[in-house]
Design a protein around this ligand. Structure first.
Ligand code: ASP
Length: 442
């Protein structure tokens, strides 16, 4: 499995810190020697960004086959179709509870801090202008999305052309993952009806696909100690201190709540619902969190999450294979929290008051839209533009936060992935012996 060995994990962590420190030094010196900063930004665009992309895309290569094989195998390993209902029921209930709590936390913080009210007009106008090009792209992508209706939900899960859906589009470089999820569950469920011998063969075939994908992830991970510092360095020299200072209160508020949800709410869940030690759990998943932080992509982190769940966490393969691919695409508490925060923040900047009922609507819309977010860097931005429109806020206002988005993306992805693993641990602890360990081969 692609469990990151301790030495490699330390090298990646070291790279992360080294890249961040180097970026901060260049930024600090850059205020006196602008040519140095300009050179570092040029180097980042020309060399470091492509290196980061090689690493990320190698991970994206494996996502579609890996999601398919692990989900179909997860269902197949349930042994009986009747076990699917309770497993899915628990999983989805936890997903929604997790996201609801997260957005509520975010909104409480934004109401308490009121960071948008404290941003001066000049800075917000400057930011909207500076990021207007990028903002426009997200606004256009969001406008291309149909609104939520029964017909659009059917289209979302069951497109006319299944394979067409896997082909990347402007919205999601990974293609639409929801139809893939449904198809994989159907394949697993249909597989349960096969005679034992053929079911075993299907199980081994899917296992082989997972192992092959994991092999590719291992290649990618060898690149990580170089790609991760390159990516972090690039983010830091491009973001700059100014914008972080200008948006300081918003950034600190979001970061605080993202970490509180990950290490606070999730610790309570671990202790009371999964009956596990939170400290030990977070030690076990440290490498997965580092991968999420450095890639800003739940999908790219999926192979590491699967490996750690089945390995160090001892979660049954059927639960891990079912919950984690679903979680990587649908269970985004960090993203939901962030979406709520951005909408409220931008509303405050434009002096638009959202009353209690509107904020309640915002909670539900943030959860629903987080489910549809692509698990790639910046995947939530088009959805946020759509949410702004829904509340009568100028969608170009998203430009105000684009400069700091990547830093918050790293943290919210960590929260997304951490909560997936916690959910898998809880579901596993409740699944009961009947549904577990009944792999077709056993
Ligand atoms: N980058 C996030 C993820 O992959 C999605 C987002 O919020 O942009 O989990």
């Amino acid at each position: 499995m692609a469990d990151i060995d301790a030495r490699l994990a330390n090298r990646i962590l070291f790279g992360l810190v080294a890249g961040a420190v180097a970026g901060a030094i260049v930024l600090a010196l850059g205020s006196r020697v602008p040519a140095l900063l300009a050179g570092a930004q040029w180097l980042s665009t020309t060399l470091f960004d492509p290196l980061g992309q090689v690493f990320l895309r190698m991970l994206f290569f494996v996502v579609i086959p890996l999601v398919f094989a692990s989900l179909a195998n997860g269902v197949l390993q349930l042994g009986e179709l009747t076990h699917l209902g309770p497993l899915a029921g628990r999983t989805f209930t936890l997903f929604f509870a997790n996201m609801l709590i997260a957005v509520s936390l975010g909104l409480v913080m934004m109401n308490a801090l009121q960071p948008g009210g404290r941003l001066d007009d000049e800075t917000s106008t400057r930011l909207v202008q500076e990021y207007s090009g990028q903002a426009q792209k997200h606004v256009e992508t969001s406008a291309a999305r149909p609104g939520i209706s029964p017909a659009s939900v059917v289209d979302m899960f069951m497109p006319r052309n299944l394979f067409g859906a896997f082909v990347g589009n402007q919205r999601n470089v990974l293609g639409d993952v929801l139809p893939l999820i449904l198809f994989a569950i159907l394949v697993g469920a249909a597989g349960l009806g096969l005679p034992k011998e053929r079911r075993d063969r299907l199980h081994h075939g899917l296992e082989t696909v997972s192992e092959l994908m994991t092999g590719i992830v291992r290649f990618a991970l060898r690149l990580a100690p170089y790609a991760v510092p390159a990516m972090i360095f690039s983010v830091i020299v491009k973001v700059g201190f100014d914008i972080i200072v200008a948006l300081g209160l918003f950034v600190v508020g979001c970061l605080f709540m993202l970490l509180l949800h990950l290490f606070g709410t999730m610790s309570l869940w671990l202790r009371y619902l999964a009956k596990r030690s939170p400290a030990q759990f977070f030690r076990d998943i440290k490498d997965v969190l580092i991968t999420a932080f450095s890639t800003s992509s739940s999908s790219a982190t999926l192979p590491a999450a699967l490996a750690v769940a089945r390995g160090r966490l001892g979660i049954s393969p059927s639960t891990a294979g079912f919950v984690l691919p679903l979680g990587a695409t649908m269970n985004m508490s960090g993203t939901a929290l962030y979406e709520g925060c951005v909408v409220l923040f931008v509303a405050q900047v434009f002096g638009i008051h959202l009353d209690f009922a509107q904020q309640l609507t915002l909670v539900f819309l943030s959860v629903l839209s987080a489910v549809a977010v692509a698990s790639i860097p910046g995947g939530s931005l088009p959805l946020i533009a759509g949410l702004l429109v829904a509340f009568g806020i100028p969608p170009e206002g998203i430009g105000i936060i684009l400069g700091v988005d990547r830093i918050l993306d790293m943290t919210r992805t960590m929260t997304n992935v951490g909560a997936d693993l916690v959910t898998a641990a809880i579901v596993d602890s409740r699944q009961g012996a009947a549904a577990l360990g009944t792999s077709p081969g056993s």
